[in-house]
Design a binder for this molecule. Structure first.
Ligand code: G3P
Length: 215
């Protein structure tokens, strides 16, 4: 299972990498703004730091402009993947870039219909947003189950499902149970996965007993 870091903050990516949890990195315009870095500087630095895919998102909206901007982003480093919002223009651009051997990830995916179209267009990855579905009282993980079922039915669809808008450790473990190819998570959620209150209590008791043993 692939763990992508959903961040453009270099320190967060380094911390995840130290845990072996930076198989790739996802960014978006909001995360770039939040990092306070120049877009190209951030992407090239991240692409040097991790071996895996670094997803960078164009802000263009027409097919021609998405393709043009996508090619520029892809030229910044060999492991940059062009992350395109799932629109009509985005699907067409994905199809064109696929034939130019440029990898794409379709993002802002909220339905299994969109996921099916993304795979047919030749996207290397899709990023379905589970947290934002939960926000509108629609179970995000049910979408992942539906997509996995559809993709499993057709082995020739080799698009990888990277679950995004991850807000809780449960989103990650449920993604694993469903066989999703990966997740992209903020460092905060990864840190939450590490901790368990019984682990903390157990350590406290071991240390207390050790100190009492006089050794
Ligand atoms: O990878 C997508 C992610 O950045 C969106 O997360 O929490 O803004 O819905 P969120």
């Amino acid at each position: 299972m692939k763990f992508f870091v959903d961040s453009a903050v270099i320190e967060d990516i380094k911390k995840a990498k130290a845990l072996g949890l930076a198989d790739g990195v996802t960014t978006n315009p909001t995360l770039i703004r939040r990092s306070g870095q120049d877009f190209q500087d951030a992407i090239t630095e991240i692409a040097n730091l991790v071996k895996g895919p670094v997803l960078a998102e164009p802000v263009s909206e027409t097919v021609k402009d998405i393709v043009k901007e996508g090619k520029i982003l892809a030229s910044w480093a060999p492991n940059v993947v062009v992350k395109i919002p799932l629109t009509h223009a985005g699907l067409e651009a994905t199809h064109i870039l696929k034939h130019e051997n440029i990898e794409t990830a379709l993002t802002l995916v909220f339905s299994s219909a969109q996921a099916l179209l993304a795979a047919k267009a030749g996207a290397k990855y899709i990023c379905p947003f589970v947290g934002r579905l939960d926000d509108i009282d629609t179970p995000g993980m049910e979408l992942i189950a539906d997509i996995m079922q559809i993709y499993d039915n057709y082995p020739e669809l080799d698009t990888e499902v990277i679950v995004a808008s991850v807000r809780t450790p449960g989103h990650i473990t449920e993604s694993a149970a469903l066989g999703a190819d990966g997740v992209t998570a903020p460092l905060k959620v990864i840190e939450q996965m590490v901790r368990h209150p019984l682990t903390d209590i157990g350590i406290e008791k071991f240390l207390k007993d050790w100190n009492a043993s006089g050794q």
